[in-house]
Design a protein around this ligand. Sequence first.
Ligand code: ANZ
Length: 803
Amino acid sequence: MQNYDFREIEDKWQEHWLNLKLFKTKNDRFHPKYYVLDMFPYPSASGLHVGHIEGYTATDIVSRFKRMQGYNVLHPMGWDAFGLPSEQYALATGKDPKSFTYQNIKNFKRQIIEMGKGVDWDKELATTDPEYFKWTQWIFKRLYEKGLAVLKDVEVNWCEGLGTVLANDEIEIIDGQMVSERGHYPVIKKPMRQWVLKITEYADRLLDDLDLVDWPENLKEMQRNWIGKSSGTVITFEVSGTNHTFEVFTTRPDTIYGVTYLVLAPEHPLVEEIINEDERKDVLKYIEQTKMKSDLDRISDKSKTGVFTGAFARHPMTNQLIPIWIGDYVLPNYGKGAVMAVPAHDERDYEFAMQYGLNIIEVIKGGTDGAFTGDGIHHHSGILDGLYNLDAIKKINEHLEKRNIGYTHHTYKLRDWVFSRQRYWGEPFPVIYDEEGNIHLVPDDELPLELPYLEYIKPSGTGESPLANAHDWLYVDLNGKKGRRDTNTMPQLAGSSWYYIAYILKNNLGYIPFDSNEAKTILDQFLPVDLYVGGTEHAVGHLLYTRFWHKFFYDLGFVSTKEPFMKLVNQGMILGEDHSKMSKSKGNSVSPDEFYDTHGADALRLFEMFMGPLEAEKPWSNDGLDGAKRFLDRVWRMFDFEITKDDVTSLDTILHQTIKKVTEDYEKLAFNTAIAQMMIFVNEVYKVKSIGSKQARTFIKLLNPIVPHITEEINQTILNHHEELIYSEWPTYDPIHLIETEVEIVIQVNGKLRGRLKMLKDLPEVDVKTEALKHENVVKHIEGLNVVKVIVIPNKIVNIVVK
Ligand code: ANZ
């Protein structure tokens, strides 16, 4: 037989699957469900690269495997289609980003169909579909009603060059200054009125419920750190000679006697009130400089800077005067935006004190250079003298509470989610302001509020989004008064915060209303997601916001599970052949389109799953892809051997071992080792040069989830089965066959290897001895000598001792 014509075979099966909708999720309550989700892609102009194919193949394998095991599988695909690149395309070309986006989607869909992924395309969605973002807007309204969406003046990263606010991950630091990731325009901090979602109200639940999910430990740890819960004490300080007081947050109230100065964040509202005239100029200059720095830069290890305000505070325990400084290592929105500095026991404070020649008082016996941050006995510490850390904390907290100048407090690093973007290409807010600035919501039955078509999309020039140019859309009648729409749009992460729910609600008619009984029933049927696969880049953003929305839906009674994604797996990045990160600009990016005609989708899938563990980072290799193709040719030619009606019994053991190994490995997403086992099986068939037809079908089923086209073709045209593998039953192994019946026994004469024998397992010792003593080469070595002893180690060794 010739090598297989993959192009023809793959086209044939892809068409068959699409036409018959074989991957459609069934309305089936009798079989358990299994929901396998991919992180849906942003449909960029450049199309998919081989990194996408890796995760999409892994989830496709699990879907097909679970379907054959009898599950009712939901495996959908969609498009995270709002986003900055389309916005920039629109601004650069003046064109409507919509047609551009949908053109890209078409290309992505073609690429996914060509990889042979078994998707229920009736569930396809794009976050940019008005019927989809109708519900995104609807969810926003519910958040607003519950007080979780509020307008607030927030310090935002303002980029004049792009005319928009940027998220922290859209910013880079170059020479200590913030610039936009795209275009490298300068970015500064600036207060702006924004919609903010109060994710911080869910901080404790987001933290605690991480225990409920099967996620990689490092990812959970990243979320814990991002939420950053910290327990400590808030202490009030009085500004000397004024009525002003301010609070600091500290995790070490026990070190209070070591406080030699205080530091306010440059943004602290009290700074204005307390600066001394002599210091005013320096302080204001410093505040200006701070605006150019990112939080990350401020808390980095670089040397600490600050200026003295000229004001002093009273130490609550010693009554001494201590100077008040400002310094950018103190962040405005953490704790209370102010710290009591203990240079003897805090490294940052120590550095700052050394820099500016401030006092250092040791209050814990530690005795090293620099700051001693460990535990020990307190001294120079008034009422705390002689106590250890925890006892000292307890005592000082009680003391401060009694005097009404201290209380225990939890603080979080997690910030509320800034939810407004000054962009055109996003979900418009269903919000209208009247002339007094009061908020009016667009009624539910008028949703979706669609984007106005703009002949030419250009910046508004005022810092508002290009929507401010759409006058017909912008101004509306509010019961006879003039109303103006909110010109902001929602961030890209809005649409992706509920798409796994939207897939379930989507049917041929549109979306089942989120708040209906019908929705509740079907959501209960399919949630939670059983397996979610995607890259690590979403460890905190998407995965945290989605968990927040899910908990909000839970509180409203729309869903019954506390968490959206039960098991999550991060696929490893596929690097370029040069072992560096693939990127368009470096020219080492690899598209699957290069291989559909030269190697075929099956070879591509097989290779990507064979490259190494799914979670590992691994370099692309064209040679490896050739190897995968050769293996498939070998599988194809295996059917040139005689296919017997009866099983070939000598293949039984290896076949059942293979069933066991592949089943267990698919369950663990260990596809590379499953493939290795199937390669061993093929080698065995090549040795005996025949295979039973049932055995062949079993093997083809095992291989099918990885290379679905070639295996369906073999099943149909060579093995003459009419039932597709998709819905055939997954093979089970028979433990009887796992037991090896033959063993190889080594024969030694005086400790030297003299022969090997294949024998039935567990033969009686006498028989083993007799056979060994008859072995041709053994006979040569014992001839004429005295056999003193024969030692048998069952199923392994016969040692003959001669003299
Ligand atoms: C006095 C002290 C003494 C502190 C000592 C530490 C060690 P975590 O654990 O991250 O919550 N801090 C408080 N608010 C701050 C802000 N807005 N910006 C920068 N630093 C701030 O850290 C809590 C500690 O970080 C607090 O405890 C405070 O310094 C500082 F030997 O207070 B500590």
